[in-house]
Design a protein around this ligand. Structure first.
Ligand SMILES: [Zn+2]
Length: 303
């Protein structure tokens, strides 16, 4: 396809069998983990209301925030399947980033809420009741996150998914937040009522961390932030094609699809036909060099 001197070649939407099986396994791991955390967070929330524990409240909000980020990933998959339209010729994949901004807002608000409730309880000196079931709720938070962490780590290692392994580490660290809530309740049991609100502040820090991570990731995507290593690899791959003297590489994100634009210098009087075949080879090599790439655009420029 040639239009306005820009050749678009090398769309490779078809996945090999192994890749699609791995993706399905990864999706299942994310979905199962989200359901596990949803139950954990839901039970914690109910127990937080019964006991009046702000640390448990914060921990519940944290777990539910993590569930909502997973939900956005699935929403993104679902929305991005819609074919491009005349009004949205690039498709609907950015809907995921838009939903991500919504999630970020909810996470920041829950941090403010948990922090404010902790402050109110610390100043007001209100007590915490039913300490036993409160501690059981915090213990559930530890166990829930640890189980999810192990599961993601095992699947992540098997299919060699860096994202899933990083996610496993996140869940492992989240067990520390639940541990904080448990310690707070133990301190309360020893007669010091400030134990719970102080633990509530510590848990609030964890929620702020989630807010920061989610916001940073969404903004990075919306600003078309790329890995410098990917840009270098794409340029090297393009320059390895015979006929390409030098190349300038840029990239943009469409949701989770990476579009790479290669402006390659070719000899003067190169025919459109050979420029197109050079472009096809550039696209193929860039696809191999940068696995995240969905589409490559080759723009021939005169040397
Ligand atoms: Zn978390």
């Amino acid at each position: 396809m040639v239009s306005d001197g820009i050749a678009t070649v090398g769309s490779r939407f078809a996945q090999t069998h192994d890749e699609s099986v791995d993706r399905r396994d990864a999706n299942r791991a994310v979905a199962v983990s989200a359901v596990g955390l949803l139950i954990t967070g839901g039970v914690e929330l109910a127990l937080a209301i019964i006991t009046g524990s702000v640390a448990l409240l914060g921990d519940a909000l944290h777990n539910l925030s993590d569930v909502s980020t997973s939900a956005v990933v699935f929403l993104g998959f679902w929305v991005s399947k819609r074919p491009p339209s005349k009004t949205y010729p690039y498709g609907f994949e950015r809907a995921e980033d838009l939903a991500g901004l919504g999630v970020a807002l909810v996470v920041w608000l829950s941090a403010v809420f948990a922090g404010y409730e902790s402050y109110r309880k610390l100043v007001g000196g209100e007590g915490t009741s039913h300490l036993g079931i409160g501690m059981a709720g915090a213990a559930l938070g530890i166990i829930g996150n640890q189980v999810v962490a192990r599961y993601k780590a095992v699947v992540g290692k098997r299919i060699q998914s860096v994202t899933l392994q990083a996610d496993a580490k996140h869940s492992w660290l989240d067990a520390l937040s639940s541990l904080g809530a448990l310690i707070g309740l133990i301190v309360v049991a020893s007669g010091r009522t400030w134990g719970d609100p102080i633990a509530g502040f510590a848990v609030t820090l964890f929620i702020l961390h989630v807010g920061w991570e989610v916001t940073r990731e969404v903004v990075h995507h919306l600003m078309d932030g790329l890995d410098a290593g990917d840009i270098d690899a794409a340029r090297d791959a393009a320059c390895a094609v015979s006929g390409v003297e030098a190349a300038t590489v840029r990239g943009r994100w469409m949701g989770r699809s990476l579009l790479i634009e290669v402006e390659g210098q070719v000899a003067a009087r190169t025919t459109i036909e050979s420029a197109t075949s050079i472009g096809a080879e550039v696209a193929e090599r860039v696809h191999d060099a940068v696995p995240a790439v969905r589409d490559v655009r080759f723009i021939p420029a005169e040397r």
